[in-house]
Design a protein around this ligand. Structure first.
Ligand SMILES: Nc1nc2c(c(=O)[nH]1)N[C@H]1C(S)=C(S)[C@@H](COP(=O)(O)OP(=O)(O)OC[C@H]3O[C@@H](n4cnc5c(N)ncnc54)[C@H](O)[C@@H]3O)O[C@H]1N2
Ligand code: MOO
Length: 426
């Protein structure tokens, strides 16, 4: 590894150390809170369940009165939502539905399937144990119990929990503003006409979609030419209006790569170059007090550095308490891979299961960071250590899946045909 390249871990640590945490709060309805960060610890107000209630449709009984072939007279029926404080009489049973409050005196509920109805009453065919099918008051949540810790990214299940407490809204960290700009005199906005030597700009849309998963406000600064004044102008504007500015392109050593120089003149470059492939020329700095991330222009490098370096920075800035690296799982390499040591490789690859649920992985045929189909054809990144000179087929290698969906041939999953693609007509 070249001496002026940081390892991914060192780069990430430096980046997170330089990242300020936004503390401004706002109150939003639960319907808009998914993916936002809880700004406070949230405590329970109510018991859940609010009373002892039935876990089954059946009969509330006194266990000591349940005898083989002795009918219990059915006193009444209680359904969930009924406002009645019933009391179970001796020698009786009360018909009860799931969720309804347990009548006073009852100490178990028999499932309807374990009973038989007769003219004389209900006969219990399987004696319940004490407390069977009774969900006790506060068995799930007790008042003052911490429900959600400050810094939690609110997932659907957290929102259900808060709703069960009667809460209609929640205090979250204000959305952070992320500026995006693509640099390059050759770049044209998709939809416009191309002239000679021009290509369509594709990094902003990908980075925007990736970062939008973290519920940020994107401020789009468009495309800027490789021109020092134009770059200075955009970055100065950005420092007044966003929390973090993310650019792509112009961070390597070419004649028109001015981005680092301009950032250094407006603030400073904290580090440049990370020992990863793709994505080596990633730069981190500040424009006045605004954090700056310079992604390399090659589309695959921009995608991988946004995923590996920018998304943890965003999480830290939002006050997320638990920032973790992406999930990596071991897979068996199907082919021999030769490489030059120096950078940790994040090869675009396809992982798949065999009949025994073992995961295998095949790298995409080309690993050039300009080949965008290497990411669209892949379903994971295959990680090879910086010092490795290559791996033999059969070696175990970590892979980072792009999604949590099962790859091909998952043997323990239903064999239904999930594909919605139209079948060839017969
Ligand atoms: N002599 C050296 N040359 C290069 C090195 C090096 O170490 N020494 N590093 C290479 C690596 S690795 C990368 S990655 C690239 C990154 O360079 P830049 O960040 O300066 O990117 P550009 O030169 O501006 O663009 C590279 C490539 O990507 C295309 N591009 C740029 N932006 C976009 C965009 N928004 N949408 C679509 N395509 C984009 C651009 O046209 C170029 O083809 O540098 C290597 N060079
Ligand atoms: O880092 Mo570059 O991204 O190898 O092509």
């Amino acid at each position: 590894m070249s001496s002026n390249w940081l390892s991914l871990e060192a780069a990430l640590q430096k980046a997170l150390d330089a990242t300020p945490i936004v503390t401004d709060k706002e109150t939003v309805p639960l319907s808009q809170a998914s993916g936002r960060i809880a700004a406070n610890d949230i405590y329970a107000i109510l018991s859940v369940p609010p009373w002892d209630n039935s876990a089954m449709d059946g009969y509330a009984v006194r266990t000591d009165e349940v005898k083989e072939d002795k009918p219990l007279s059915v006193q009444s029926t209680i359904t969930a939502g009924m406002q009645e404080n019933a009391e179970l009489k001796s020698g009786s049973a009360i018909k009860i539905m799931t969720g309804a409050p347990i009548p006073l005196g009852a100490d178990a509920v028999v499932m309807v399937e374990n009973t038989r109805s007769t003219e004389a009453g209900v006969i219990v065919t399987q004696k319940p144990s004490l407390g069977e099918n009774i969900r006790p008051k506060a068995g799930d949540i007790a008042p003052n119990q911490k429900l959600v810790a400050k810094g939690t990214r609110l997932a659907p299940q957290h929102l259900m929990l808060l709703a069960s407490q009667g809460m209609a809204d929640v205090v979250v960290i204000k959305k952070i503003k992320v500026g995006l700009v693509a640099t390059g005199s050759e770049l044209v906005q998709p939809g416009a006409a191309l002239s000679q030597a021009q290509i369509y700009e594709s990094n902003r849309i990908g980075v925007q979609a990736l970062l939008s998963e973290y519920d940020v406000d994107i401020v789009d600064f468009g495309i800027v030419k490789d021109d020092k004044d134009a770059l200075r102008n955009i970055f100065t504007k950005a420092s007044d209006s966003v929390d973090i500015m993310v650019s792509s392109g112009g961070v390597s050593v070419g004649e028109a790569d001015f981005v680092k120089e301009i950032i250094a003149s407006l603030g400073f470059i904290d580090f440049w170059k990370v020992a990863i492939k793709p994505g080596k020329p990633f730069a981190l700095g500040k424009i006045n007090t605004t954090l700056f991330c310079g992604l390399p222009g090659n589309p695959v490098s921009a995608f991988v550095t946004a995923k590996l370096l920018v998304t943890p920075i965003i999480q830290k800035m939002q006050g997320q308490s638990d920032i973790r690296p992406p999930l990596a799982v071991p897979a068996t390499l199907t082919t021999t891979v030769k490489r030059r040591p120096g950078r940790r490789d994040f090869q675009r690859a396809t992982m798949f299961y065999d009949e025994n649920f073992n995961l295998h992985v095949t790298p995409f045929r080309t690993q050039s960071s300009g080949v965008m189909t290497s990411i669209t054809s892949a379903n994971c990144l295959m990680v090879i250590d910086e010092n490795s000179t290559g791996l033999e087929a059969g070696a175990s290698v970590p892979v980072i899946p792009f999604t949590l969906a099962a790859p091909d041939k998952a043997p323990n999953l239903p064999k239904a045909n999930y594909s919605t693609a139209e079948k060839d007509s017969e």
